[in-house]
Write a protein that binds this ligand. Structure first.
Ligand SMILES: [Zn+2]
Length: 108
């Protein structure tokens, strides 16, 4: 199992980061790529421009209008923010969903 996980991780890194999105009514949308957080900076008809939420970090991500990763620019000048509030909240929601589905499977 450990070997399979390492292989999978290196494949992801070799290609492109796995990205996910959170849309909030109160705040700007956020993009997560490999435990780094980006905020939406600018939208054009074809491209969304995301910038890292850490000040002084110049890393940017471009996605297309279907939220597909187009390119990642630069390298982060800091460690991933694994415990950032929004990320934690999203993970808690995912855990809740998993538990919910698990319960459904058992009862049927
Ligand atoms: Zn950064």
């Amino acid at each position: 199992m450990a070997e399979a996980f390492v292989t999978l991780t290196s494949e992801i890194q070799a290609k492109s980061p796995s990205i996910s999105f959170i849309n909030s009514n109160k705040e700007k949308p956020l993009l997560f790529a490999d435990d780094y957080t980006f905020k939406l900076n600018k939208i054009t008809t074809t491209t969304k421009y995301w910038i890292c939420t850490i000040k002084d970090c110049a890393t940017k991500v471009h996605t297309d209008s279907n939220n597909g990763l187009m390119k990642s620019v630069g390298n982060h000048s800091h460690l991933p923010e694994k415990e950032k509030h929004e990320v934690r909240e999203a993970r808690e929601k995912m855990t809740h969903l998993k538990k919910h589905f698990l319960t459904l499977n058992i009862s049927t």
